[in-house]
Design a protein around this ligand. Sequence first.
Ligand SMILES: Cc1cc2nc3c(=O)[nH]c(=O)nc-3n(C[C@H](O)[C@H](O)[C@H](O)COP(=O)(O)O)c2cc1C
Length: 459
Amino acid sequence: MDIVVLNGSPKGDTSVTMQYINYIQKKFKQHKFKIINISQRINKIVKDKAFFEGIIQSIRSGDGVIWAFPLYVFTVHSNYQRFIELIFERNVEDAFKGKYTALVATSIHFYDHTAINYMNAICDDLDMHYVDYFSAHMYDLEKEAIRKNLLIFAKNFFDAIENEAATLKSYSPVKYSPIDYVSEIRHDKIDAFNKKAIIVTDSLKNSNLRNMINKFKQSFAQRIEVVNLQDVDIKGGCLGCIKCGYNYECVYSGKDEYTEFYNHQLKTADIIIFAGTIKHRHLSFIWKMFLDRAFFNTHTPSLSGKQFGFILSGALKQVPNLRQVLETYVQWQGSHLVGFVTDEYAANIELDNQLYDLACNLVKLSALGYRKPATFLAVGGMKIFRDEIWGELRFPFVADHKAFKALKVYDFPQKNYKARIMNFILILLCKVPFIRKKIYSNKIKLSMIESLEKIVENA
Ligand SMILES: Cc1cc2nc3c(=O)[nH]c(=O)nc-3n(C[C@H](O)[C@H](O)[C@H](O)COP(=O)(O)O)c2cc1C
């Protein structure tokens, strides 16, 4: 069979993900693999129509497609996303329709599920026969059990093609027809006092987005800065070179305006609004490039203590995966998410009120310095970073290690000596049946609230 592999790594052949593909290739010599370096060659793919057509032709004539990609900031690399956008923009969806497909992803399992969800949904949008995914930790190939399972996964995929197996659609198409939003109500102006607010967007072409941004801006007594990412000189997507790992210095430093913008305009704001249009289940590839390039801060939160809002044009309610990505992004940064406003409302007035309320809440909560506790999204995610940076990834991520020590990210439970001593004593005591009975029958519930009760009493 002819299998087309769409490589999502900006590193091309020198890619961790490709080692998994190479391994499969070696073990299934009866099949022909055509590996296409999508992310690495995106400029040529965009500019050279014949080159793009050649790729599409390979897909058309192939028996199956493997989307093989590294995780980049919750989903796929911005260049890979650009390729996905091009499929729809250039109306070549028919080349993918009915093709059997599977995903091979590598990562450190930080939000690999959101990348899988995104790609699964794209495959469903393209009306492909989605068989399965294999999401490996980047060094999993070293483990025999994983290698064995990788081959089972691959065989299952090839069998599905051969047997024309029935496949399942997990995502319904996004249906979206918004109102043409025009602001109708004038609200009293809000004083942002000394709080600096910034709106970052990727395009002002979408009139709903433009009008929402304007209404939001006009809620303030002060002038609010709007930065269009298309006006910032960003030379290209993240190269995955990890030069930043040592001291947060990006390989593009001095060559474009990205880090300058990030450090001097974004990081200095108290209130940050990200505004954009949802298309093909994500914000644009320009937004994705912005998110990927912020990786020059590696795994160290760089936007802590901000109040965040999102103004989005698009069907966010139908893309909960994107909502989770954006919510985690804010939580993980140690910032506070005030809310999302989208143009999914039926009336202009509703949208006016939503935008005005967002502005009021951003200012109020910024003045109060409010930040609600992170949920599993960031608590769980941070533990993955903690373990990786303390362990296998301390080199090359030297700067993270220093920062994690300073920020007390290394909160390993082994260091909780009080809990360890208590556990030791209680486990020992519970070996005696009558003590165990006493503790488990009436002491546990009370002891769980003892310290909290004291705080309430003293309040
Ligand atoms: C800019 C950048 C962003 C990344 N984002 C994530 C992420 O969100 N989640 C994750 O688990 N790993 C993330 N990683 C780790 C890569 O997914 C992982 O190292 C992968 O195996 C690299 O594969 P490649 O060599 O094929 O590009 C990121 C790496 C880089 C350089």
